[in-house]
Design a binder for this molecule. Sequence first.
Ligand SMILES: CC(C)[C@H](C(=O)O)[C@@H](O)C(=O)O
Ligand code: SF4
Length: 417
Amino acid sequence: MGATLVEKVFSSRCGKEICAGDVVMADVDRAMIHDITGPLAVQKFREMGGERVFDPARIVMLFDHQVPADSIQAAENQKFLREFALLQNIHNYDLREGVCHQVVMEKGHAAPGEIIVGSDSHTCMYGAAGAFATGIGSTDMGFVLRFGALYFRVPDSIRVEANGAFAPRVGAKDLILSIAGDIGADGATYQALEFTGDTFGAMPMPGRMTCCNMAIEMGAKAGIVPPDAVTGEYVLARRPGAAIPDLASDEDATYAEWREYDVSDLAPQVAVPHNVDNVVDVDLVAGTHVDQVFIGSCTNGRYEDFAEAAEVLGARRFSDDVRVVLIPASREEYLKTLRAGLIERFVEAGALVEAPCCGPCMGGAFGLLAPGEVSLSTSNRNFRGRQGSTEAEVYLCSAATAAASAITGEITDPREV
Ligand SMILES: CC(C)[C@H](C(=O)O)[C@@H](O)C(=O)O
Ligand code: SF4
């Protein structure tokens, strides 16, 4: 019987045929912790009798949610983790690089066929590199830090096949929002989303990351794009010599579901408050006043997002009625955006450009909303209270839609500005 990509990853790791539903103990290739979840994971590791981590080279520690520290507690957490890294000889550690998921990808910590865990729900983003990657809780992470392995129930897969080319100003974020609208916020619970078809085949890595990143928003364990030449080029540039196994689902693999999309007539999509699956074509909400526009996060804070935003902006200014907050997801993305002259253009146009971090995405560090305010955000979550007051509203969209709306001060179709 044929196997899915995810079943193949586990079969290869376990050295025997593994099927969806099997519970296996599997070694992990990388374990990622960050400033919020790291301290509890370390505490759990110690409670389990941990003295030395299983392999310092396989642990990645990044600070992003509250950087620079926005409270004494955050500063203490970061100090605690820094001391742990020094003690354990963890070198893949940085407090300045940016949002953890972006940094994991760009430093080459994810490669096809690998199994990666992170104590953050959007760890599923590394499926863009053809890895099985999933978010785990801090107790599980304590176990992983100690033993380098974890029990997994191997998920069923939903095949999401997309074909066709996007219209101008429509792209990966619109596609994944539309998929979330169809599947629903819990419609893929404990399953893997396998993204196939010529749209994904032609999609550059940033778009694949956007789509895999949002798998968790449908409850999925993982999102994964079958590794191909695009994956190989990205991974090898960051980890020279990495093995790029030929991995794809068998033709007769069993899927829980098979969904097909034709993206050629897809319009820009917007998720309206307060659920990610409350998705509509942009024209249905066009004209909604916005108080804050945020372009950033692990979902859409890459150079390509800012380049598209700059194209939409042209020589204009952002509306004086909107707080426009732009945050490249990492230093690498920041530098690319800076060197292309875009940061200067954005600042001239009235934007606040911040250093790489999660920023307003989770309403943690800064950029909070007052009751009654409306945010339009390129991030991935819009539930009540996500960016500040529970009486505020968060809409989600692409960087193109965000830029168009930041110019007009209301939700705007990027094809019309
Ligand atoms: C803080 C962290 C645990 C959380 C997550 O797991 O996703 C955050 O990154 C988020 O996006 O809500
Ligand atoms: S940018 Fe947002 S979604 Fe991504 S890790 Fe940070 S808080 Fe979570």
